[in-house]
Every structure is written in structure tokens, then in C-alpha cells.
Design a protein around this ligand. Structure first.
Ligand code: ZN
Length: 512
């Protein structure tokens, strides 16, 4: 059976995603008389993690009802502030409304800045992130796989004991290198492929990998190869529009939007959110549509993470005075910075995660001689005065061709911006590639104690490392036989490098 169609519109804030969605929905209503695809209108499905919350229309930046032009907007404003709602729940809810929309012979248009959600919706089990391994199959008493059982059997008694009694928590302030190195050696004996991803000093990640192995009853590398086999096709034939505006134009636009939000009463909403968090949950009624199990509330998540809340909540609790005036200005400044940073993150997710996934799905179709299953277009919304030619008309034409399953316009031909941002170096996103990426290798020159090796990531970090003054000095001294001095330096360096990935630049400075 062929896949049902879906349109997804993503991009940063302030590029007109909602506007385009409404325009496309309206044009799909009109098209029915002279189009051959047979769909009759569209419904808009929200994919913005903040807009799922009810009220708080300014901080969430919802489209006001008068601008919705009578087009249905779903999964919007149906959760209470503080109520938890995560990607898995959204995907489940979205699948349900998409099916319902298809049954009505209408097109679902997914719109929102939470590209992570959109990616999970389109690509089942495709997010090849090993950090998600701990969500898979987390059964406390999962039976051990044969591979894991064999690996456990081979453990020396000391490690077996450690495996059976993994520490519950690591001391957060200082990590003692003895137990850190023991944990790492344990992981290395069980699952070398998994171990090479972490630095031995990064006990938090090492311990997490060990816990994942224990709880799932399988080695990380096993889970990954299983995921590789289950390379499921996309859930829908998905037309992806990425609305984009160049930073030098977008950023001032975002600044103005922050000022406008404040003018329209942002601070009143922040105060409301503070008040809600203070009132006990019993006083809050659960609206219809909430889950049968009572919803979980957490006033550090959801809207409480929104840009605007963080920046202004502290200011609102300050006593009146000169300090408060200063705090206000700094909150406005910080909110503008956060908004820009968020926009940069959104673009980088689209380019580095969503695009490669779409391309690899399309490549698989090309191999069997079929049309792309996730055709992806970048529309340049930098100059809003040419919206009709640059956005509306092109999007309408591509949509019609897509729904009628005709050959599509070459995405790179749409604009120069599209050509440059849509061409990516072919990157392997398979779970195995992810597992093998960021492999740490031992620097023999800087390693003095083999139990506590100096580990450097392959590639760029390694290149940077061998160029550091520290490494060069170690090499020179080793060559000249000043071994005791080298040892001393290495000990100092290892004391200074407890943390996540080894930051060689700063280490060498501390050593100097
Ligand atoms: Zn070195």
C-alpha cells in the first residue's frame, strides 16, 4: 500500500510558518474542483512544544483565532502549564489526528519549530541517537542476551562484583579516578564498542552505559545492530518545507518580536505562570482530553522552560527600586539573546539531523526507482515583501505536484539560498556510524599510567591535541629522557582534566 501524504512546515521562529500553513490549507480547499489528487482541504497540526499549552498566547506565540481563517488547528492549547508532554506522547497523538484527517480525505499540515518532534513523527526508530538507548526496552528484569551472558561470564571476579553492585550515583563534586577507571575497564571488557565512545573520566556516561546494559539485558552494540536491521521506511510520504531567513535580517526581526511581546503583556503571563506554580495541584482541574492516569505536573518543564519565563521570573520577584529597573533591562537583553540562540539551534537541527534523515530515505527510494519519499524544500523568507513569488506560489505549485505524484521541481533550483543550505556533505546517520563516531584513542606520548590513559577523540580533536604545547613538550621530554618531569606534568594534567571530553587546549594552559 502506498504511503498517505503529509505536509510539514518547519523553520525558526519569525519566518511565517503559520502563515504559509494557513495559505496552503486555504488553497487546498479551492483546488478541489480542478485538481486530480482528490483531497479536499487540510487541517493544521501543531508541532510546537510550547503551543500545546492552553492560554499564555503571547509567550507561546500562537496564531490568534481571527488569523486562523477558519482552518482547523489541532493539538494546540490543550495542556495545562506544568503538565508534562513529551515527544512520544505528541507522536502518538499526532498519528491519531493524521489518520482522522486522512479518513476525511484531507491533508494534514504539520507546523512548528520543534523539528525534533516532526523528525520522530516522520521517521519511526530513525533517530539513531545512542543517548536514547536508555529509553528502549527498559525492563528491570530483562533476560540477558547470549552475547551479554558470555561477556559477563568472562569477567574477572573483581569486575563481576562491580557489575553486580554498580554504584547508584557518582559523587557529583569530585570523581575519584580509581573507581572511574575501574568502571571504564568494566565497560571496556563488556562492550568495547560502547566504551570507546567515552573518556574514562566521564564516569557519568560510562555508568549510564553500564546501567543500560544491565537493565536491557543486552549490549549497546547489540541494540544498535538490531536498530540497523529495522531500518523502517518513513510513516508518511512527507513534503517538507523549511522556511528560512538569513540571520542578518532574521535577528533584528526577532528582537522586534521580543519588544512586541513585552508590549502585549508578556510579563502578565509570566506572573500568571508563577502564580500557577505556587498554587497546589489539587486546585487545578484536569481538562477533558487529559490522560486517564492523572497527569504529571512539573513546574520546571514545559512552559516553565519557555524563552521569556526564565528571563523575567526572577525580575518579577524583586522589590521595587533602582536594582529592579536594571534587572528589567538585562532581562530584555537576555531574552533577545536566548531567542537568537534558539533560532541558531533550530537551524542546526534541521541541517544536521532532519535533512540527512530525509536524504537517506530519498536515496533508498531512488535505488528502487521511485520518487523521493521526503522531498525537502527550503523557501527563502528573508525578504517578506516578495512572499507571494518566493514562498506562496512556489509552495502551492510543489504541493500540487506532490499530491498528484508528479515529478517535482529540483529543490536546489528554487533559490541560491536553497542551493547552498540544502547541499550537505553525505553523512552516514546509521546507528553503527553514530556508534563509531567520536571514538576515543589513547595518546601514547601523554599516557603515563595505562590504567588511566589520556584519551583523545579521533579526527579534529586528535589533530588539535598533537599540536598542543603540552603534547609537544611531553614528546620532547620523553625523547630527551626527562621522564620524571613528563610524569609529573601528566599527573598534573590528569588532575586538571576531570570532566567530559578532554579539553586539551585548556589543559595545556593549566600545565604551563
Ligand atoms: Zn598527547
Amino acid at each position: 500500500m502506498s504511503l498517505r501524504p503529509l505536509i510539514a512546515i518547519c523553520g525558526t521562529t519569525g519566518v511565517g510558518k503559520s502563515k504559509l500553513a494557513i495559505e496552503l490549507a486555504l488553497s487546498l480547499q479551492l483546488q478541489t474542483s480542478h485538481s486530480t489528487h482528490g483531497y479536499n482541504g487540510a487541517r493544521i497540526i501543531n508541532a510546537d512544544a510550547m503551543q500545546v499549552y492552553a492560554g499564555m498566547d503571547i509567550i507561546t506565540n500562537k496564531v490568534p483565532p481571527e488569523e486562523q481563517a477558519g482552518v482547523e488547528h489541532l493539538l494546540m492549547g490543550f495542556k495545562k502549564p506544568g503538565e508534562q508532554y513529551v515527544v512520544g506522547q505528541w507522536v502518538r497523538d499526532a498519528i491519531q489526528v493524521i489518520e482522522e484527517t486522512h479518513r476525511r480525505n484531507q491533508i494534514p499540515i504539520i507546523v512548528g519549530g520543534t523539528s525534533y518532534w516532526i523528525q520522530h513523527l516522520i521517521f519511526p526508530n530513525r533517530l539513531a541517537s545512542l543517548d536514547k538507548l536508555d529509553d528502549t526496552d527498559k525492563r528491570p528484569s530483562a533476560p540477558m542476551s547470549e552475547t551479554l551472558a558470555a561477556a559477563v561470564n568472562c569477567l574477572p571476579p573483581k569486575f563481576l562484583d562491580l557489575y553486580n553492585n554498580l554504584p547508584k550515583q557518582l559523587p557529583s563534586d569530585s570523581v575519584d579516578s580509581e573507581s572511574a577507571s575501574a568502571l571504564y575497564s568494566l565497560l571496556g571488557s563488556l562492550d568495547p564498542q560502547m566504551a570507546q565512545r567515552w573518556h574514562w573520566k566521564d564516569s557519568r556516561k560510562v555508568l549510564r552505559s553500564l546501567n543500560v546494559i544491565k537493565e536491557s539485558g543486552r549490549l549497546g552494540s547489540e541494540v544498535v545492530s538490531e536498530q540497523n536491521q529495522v531500518n523502517e521506511p518513513p510513516r508518511y510520504r512527507s513534503l517538507l518545507f523549511w522556511l528560512y531567513a538569513k540571520p542578518d535580517i532574521l535577528f533584528p526581526r526577532l528582537d522586534a518580536r521580543v519588544d512586541n511581546m513585552i508590549q502585549r503583556g508578556l510579563l502578565k503571563e509570566v506572573q500568571e505562570l508563577i502564580d500557577i506554580a505556587k498554587s497546589p495541584p489539587e486546585e487545578q482541574t484536569y481538562g477533558p482530553g487529559s490522560d486517564t492516569d492523572s497527569p504529571q505536573f512539573d513546574y520546571t518543564l514545559g512552559l516553565y522552560q519557555s524563552i521569556g519565563f526564565k528571563e523575567f521570573s526572577q525580575y518579577l520577584s524583586m522589590p521595587e527600586g533602582q536594582e529592579k529597573t536594571k534587572a528589567y533591562e538585562s532581562a530584555v537583553g537576555r531574552m533577545k539573546i536566548s531567542t537568537r540562540q534558539y533560532a541558531k539551534k533550530q537551524v542546526s537541527w534541521l541541517r544536521n539531523k532532519l535533512l540527512p534523515a530525509a536524504y537517506s530515505a530519498n536515496a533508498a527510494m531512488r535505488e528502487i526507482g521511485k520518487l523521493p519519499v521526503v522531498p525537502t524544500y527550503l523557501l527563502d523568507a528573508t525578504d517578506l515583501s516578495s512572499w507571494k513569488e518566493n514562498i506562496h506560489d512556489i509552495a502551492e505549485r510543489i504541493t500540487r505536484d506532490f499530491l498528484e505524484e508528479r515529478d517535482l521541481l529540483d529543490p536546489l533550483s528554487v533559490s541560491d539560498t536553497a542551493a547552498s543550505l540544502l547541499s550537505l556533505p553525505e553523512k552516514d546517520v546509521s546507528p553503527t556510524a553514530v556508534l563509531n563516531a567520536r571514538r576515543k584513542i589513547v595518546c601514547p606520548v601523554c599516557t603515563v599510567n595505562p590504567q588511566q590513559p589520556v584519551l583523545i577523540e579521533e579526527g579534529k580533536e586528535w589533530k588539535a591535541h598533537v599540536a598542543t604545547r603540552f603534547h609537544r613538550k611531553m614528546q620532547r621530554r620523553a625523547e630527551h629522557g626527562h621522564e620524571w618531569e613528563a610524569r609529573k606534568m601528566s599527573r598534573e594534567a590528569s588532575r586538571n582534566t576531570i570532566g567530559t571530553s578532554l579539553d586539551v587546549e585548556s589543559d595545556s594552559e593549566k600545565v604551563e
